[in-house]
Design a protein around this ligand. Structure first.
Ligand code: HEC
Ligand code: HEC
Ligand code: HEC
Ligand code: HEC
Ligand code: HEC
Length: 251
């Protein structure tokens, strides 16, 4: 095989390896974009390939539109607008609605914010979904990385200086991670419980502790953290009670 052949085989191999069979059948967009070496935004393509979106069959068309069943570029691209166009679903102002179609919890909370107001009024100084999660990668920022992200705009010399907002965000998510770790530990311990009835009952309690956790993560998208804190405290009380029940084999 010549070098080009090897490179193509690698690319194709990488793609088919990482993509579930059903995605190959339902979306041709990525097939073609991976097969070309001069398509725009190659990094974006690889970010998609490694993302929870690719793993869960969220194809290109789910964010960009277009016709994903055809392999002819002009037909496939019909209706697709560059992200610079105000009507594009991937324009930064429209991302909350586009991403929010699937991620309802974060979207509902986000709609309640000054950040969303800025986007709606065409003010480009606020963040949108991709500011913290990347356009396609679905990254989750660590508390330290989040503090940095807030500081890009709320740091001392930036557009909306309020340094305590960034510090506060970091502190909130450090607490959230601590409770999340406890939940993980509880889950691992429950799996080792032999008695079926007791295991099912503990698992039920685990689920009930997880609900306020999800609510806290969603409420974080208000960026004012009173509500996150409220849900997190409920999750913490529940997980502590659960841990002591696990430790106490009698019940
Ligand atoms: C047969 C090959 C092929 C298919 C199928 C295809 N594309 Fe493309 N796409 C290209 C090429 C080549 C370019 C760069 C040249 C151009 O803009 O037409 C491109 C460009 C793009 C752009 C950039 C447009 C811009 O305004 O900058 C987007 C977004 C895009 N494609 C998304 C998609 C989506 C979503 C699908 C499926 C619904 C898809 N493509 C299907 C080959 C393809
Ligand atoms: C989760 C949503 C999402 C998915 C899935 C997605 N994209 Fe994108 N894409 C975006 C966003 C948002 C932008 C805007 C650029 C930015 O903010 O960096 C973008 C930008 C682009 C661009 C640059 C042109 C432009 O309009 O800015 C191309 C080309 C592109 N995407 C192709 C693809 C292809 C091909 C796939 C599938 C392999 C894909 N995208 C999957 C959200 C997505
Ligand atoms: C068509 C539905 C769909 C769209 C549109 C979509 N996503 Fe996703 N997203 C998913 C699925 C499915 C997953 C993987 C399962 C999960 O973690 O919820 C996921 C995962 C994620 C994750 C990781 C969650 C975790 O717990 O690890 C983030 C962050 C994310 N998406 C953000 C975005 C952003 C930002 C956009 C818009 C640019 C977007 N998504 C658009 C369906 C979608
Ligand atoms: C200023 C930063 C920021 C912005 C803007 C932002 N998020 Fe998030 N998002 C976060 C943080 C922080 C988390 C929690 C990370 C963790 O769980 O450790 C998160 C979590 C998520 C998750 C995972 C939810 C789960 O249950 O695990 C999804 C999905 C998501 N965001 C989608 C969105 C969408 C959609 C938008 C736009 C409407 C958005 N985010 C805007 C910071 C942001
Ligand atoms: C891309 C820039 C940008 C990023 C990133 C950003 N913000 Fe903002 N934020 C703004 C702007 C601009 C305003 C409006 C001016 C103001 O109120 O100070 C604002 C307003 C706010 C407000 C005021 C809300 C109200 O109701 O008055 C809070 C609170 C806030 N941001 C918290 C945060 C936190 C916490 C983070 C990080 C998780 C963050 N922001 C990330 C730009 C940003």
């Amino acid at each position: 095989m010549n070098r080009l052949g090897v490179a193509t085989a690698c690319l194709v191999g990488l793609f088919f390896f990482a993509t579930p069979v059903s995605a190959q059948q339902t979306s041709r967009c990525a097939d073609c974009h991976f097969a070309q070496n001069n398509v725009p935004a190659p990094d974006h393509l690889f970010d998609w390939d490694r993302s929870p979106h690719a793993r869960n069959n969220v194809g290109c068309e789910k964010c960009h539109g277009g016709n994903s069943t055809v392999f002819e570029a002009a037909l496939a691209h019909r209706g697709i607008l560059n992200s610079g166009n105000a009507k594009s679903p991937v324009n930064r102002a429209n991302l909350p609605a586009t991403c929010g179609g699937c991620h309802v919890g974060p979207f509902v909370a986000f709609q309640d914010t000054r950040h969303f107001e800025l986007l709606k009024t065409g003010d480009s100084h606020g963040p949108t979904c991709s500011t913290c999660h990347d356009a396609v990668a679905g990254n989750l920022l660590s508390p330290a990385a989040l503090e940095k992200q807030c500081s890009h705009c709320h740091g001392a010399k930036e557009v909306a200086p309020r340094a305590e907002r960034a510090r506060n965000a970091r502190a909130m998510y450090e607490s959230l991670n601590a409770v999340r770790e406890q939940l993980k530990l509880a889950n691992a311990m429950i799996k080792k419980v032999d008695d079926k009835t007791r295991r099912a009952s503990l698992l039920d309690e685990y689920e009930q502790a997880s609900v306020p956790m999800t609510r806290a993560i969603n409420a974080g998208h208000k960026f004012v953290y009173a509500e996150l804190d409220e849900h997190l405290k409920i999750a913490q009380v529940r997980v502590e009670k659960l841990m002591s029940r696990i430790a106490n084999r009698g019940n």
